[in-house]
Design a protein around this ligand. Structure first.
Ligand SMILES: [Ca+2]
Ligand SMILES: [Ca+2]
Length: 318
């Protein structure tokens, strides 16, 4: 009898087309999901998701792409004794005003949505609202909520990175063949850059950079490694009216060892530097471009989110 029950369950399971998923995950459609009851802010929750599938970096906060997926998630939430009484983060955000509301893990606009009435209102990150029977509401990305991680599978295997696959000639600088960049990125030298005039702390800004090109973990805060690169950034910042009068994060930091400034990309000690006069003066562990000093460098607290701030992401060939 037990065997028959098991077989029935399995048969239904297979017939429904749910993919194979690792232990602790639930499968639906082409995805595996992982529910986390602990409450984190939106950036930390997404980063936790990337740790769950470390080789692929393809796991991020959940994307809800149709009413059937919404119904599936609602059912899973209600099965969980803890999460069913909590709000749950979605992967949707409008952290970058230029891109508007998007599923951050796929960078697709929301083709399906299930906003509660009067939403979206103020706030850059979306969640499934317990109060609204898991319709969507948006709020400050720094509030702490439970969350669901999701990754896509093909035949039970994680989808492999689509861009950039490896170091190929795609990036190579040449006068006849310019660097190919993902949507919205600006090319210079062997790199592509993305400018975001949104105030986030250093850690959150870097996490957001990693989400800009789906299925990769190659994009991070900018590393300013030459005079030419520094001049390029300066010219871009002074000529774009949306970016003016803001400080911008770079990947520069001394988090590893005090007094040793490094670029996060490779942890190499800086050879080129462009500190503002009398900087660094010991006011923090992270490096920003200082608007008032012609975007020369300044050391500030990594956790700070001054009002007129922004950050620059860079992806480059190895
Ligand atoms: Ca999804
Ligand atoms: Ca660079």
């Amino acid at each position: 009898m037990e065997k028959i029950a098991l077989c029935l369950a399995l048969c239904v399971y297979v017939a429904s087309g749910a993919p194979w998923c690792p232990q602790g995950f639930v499968g639906y459609g082409n995805s595996c999901y992982y529910l986390v009851a602990s409450r984190l802010n939106w950036f930390d929750a997404d980063q936790f998701c990337t740790y769950l599938r470390p080789k692929e970096y393809s796991m991020h906060l959940v994307t809800v792409e149709d009413s059937a997926e919404q119904a599936f998630l609602l059912n899973e939430i209600k099965k969980d004794g803890v999460i069913r009484e909590r709000d749950v983060w979605l992967g949707a955000s409008q952290i970058d005003k230029k891109r508007g509301w998007r599923w951050a893990p796929t960078q697709k606009s929301l083709s399906y949505s299930y906003w509660a009435s009067g939403e979206p209102g103020y706030g850059k990150c979306a969640y499934l609202s317990w109060w609204s029977n898991y319709k969507w509401v948006n709020t400050d990305c720094h509030s702490a909520k439970s969350f669901i991680c999701e990754y896509n599978t093909v035949n039970g295997l994680p989808v492999s990175p689509i861009w950039p696959r490896t170091t190929t000639s795609r990036y190579r600088t040449s006068t006849s063949r310019p660097v190919r960049c993902p949507e919205g990125f600006v090319p210079f030298g062997r790199s592509c850059y993305y400018f975001v005039p949104t105030s986030l702390n250093w850690f959150d800004a870097d996490q957001f950079c990693t989400m800009l090109v789906p299925l990769t973990y190659h994009v991070h805060l900018v590393s300013v490694e030459s005079r030419e690169e520094s001049d390029f950034l300066y010219n871009h910042l002074v000529n774009d009216k949306d970016l003016r009068k803001r400080q911008f994060w770079t990947s520069g930091n001394q988090l590893n060892k005090r007094g040793t400034w490094q670029w996060a990309r490779n942890n190499h000690v800086m050879s080129y530097t462009n500190w503002a006069p009398r900087e660094p003066n010991g006011s923090g562990y992270c490096l920003q471009l200082w608007y008032d000093k012609h975007y020369q460098w300044d050391d500030v607290e990594c956790d700070s989110t001054p009002k007129r701030h922004g950050f620059i992401c860079e992806v480059e060939s190895a």
